[in-house]
Design a protein around this ligand. Structure first.
Ligand code: SF4
Length: 279
């Protein structure tokens, strides 16, 4: 696994990754907002989702945090927006929720940090991710409730899934990885409210398959439980920073260096070939 980290050049790959989009902004407040918008849209093919995130952020100009706080969501800017499950009104819901966070609490981090205190976590839950999981769920519930509607659009809740529902919530945990880890040229390290040791692996179909190949889990369902199992195993390698392997693992798939089948073309030289159990 350390070989995998060494062989991948994260800075060179950053601009092909969704995280390259928030890095374009100079101010931490703008990176935070651009990160949540980009991470929420981080489903589907990477080129397409990057295009969708660029289209979502473009109407907010070079300072999206100030734009949302001072002048709100630009009227009509998202009327024709569509990206797979996400339509213009879903995106407006997300941006309005972010705007509420900024106007009421000053930042998304403040919403995250203020939702749950450590005393709210049961003493017998010794999992280092316990407080973070509670806060992550409360963070989502706060953003959802900021729309002050009894019935939320499915497209909006798809953008902001609640980890308490049991799903892996890859995009949400990706956002937390960007905010809490680093700065290391990929993750931005903007938040102090959580520690890298508390984070959960942002698992999707592709990274979960790789995790199975190298024996981190044999679980079939890609869900919150699998994310906890994989993170626990990675903590054995690095207790302080278990999700540092995520970017490199993910890019084995994005770069198509791994095509999820044994191949003479792809497997020799793969940094995790010695531990890959795929037949
Ligand atoms: S050894 Fe081959 S199948 Fe296994 S992870 Fe590497 S490229 Fe993929």
């Amino acid at each position: 696994m350390e070989g995998l980290l060494e062989q991948r050049d994260p800075r060179r790959r950053r601009d092909q990754d969704p995280v390259g989009i928030p890095w374009r902004y100079d101010r931490p407040a703008d990176r935070e907002v651009a990160s949540l918008v980009t991470a929420c849209l981080a489903y589907g093919q990477v080129e397409l989702l990057r295009d969708a995130a660029n289209r979502a952020l473009e109407p907010l100009g070079p300072t999206p945090a100030a734009r949302l706080q001072d002048r709100g969501v630009p009227a009509d800017a998202y009327d024709g927006f569509t990206y797979r499950m996400t339509k213009g009104p879903d995106l407006v819901d997300l941006l309005e929720a972010i705007r509420s966070a900024l106007t009421e609490h000053g930042s998304l981090e403040a919403v995250y940090a203020g939702r749950v205190s450590a005393s709210g976590i049961s003493d017998d839950d010794t999992d280092p991710t316990a407080l973070h999981r509670e806060r992550a769920s409360a963070f989502v519930r706060w953003l959802r409730s900021a729309r002050r509607r009894e019935e939320l659009a499915r497209g909006f809740t798809y953008l902001l899934p609640d980890p308490a529902d049991g799903s892996a919530c890859k995009r949400l945990h990706l956002f937390f990885r960007w905010m809490v880890r680093g700065p290391d040229g990929v993750d931005m390290g903007l938040w102090d409210a959580a520690d890298p040791s508390e984070l959960l692996m942002p698992l999707d179909t592709h990274t979960s398959r790789l995790c199975r190949y190298i024996g981190l889990t044999d679980r079939k369902s890609v869900d919150g439980k699998m994310a906890r199992i994989v993170t626990r195993r990675l903590r054995e390698l690095d207790p302080q920073d278990p999700v540092k392997y995520d970017f490199a693992l993910c890019h084995l798939g994005i770069s198509e260096d791994c095509i999820h089948t044994r191949s003479e073309e792809h497997c020799p030289g793969c940094p995790i070939e010695a531990i890959c159990t795929l037949d």
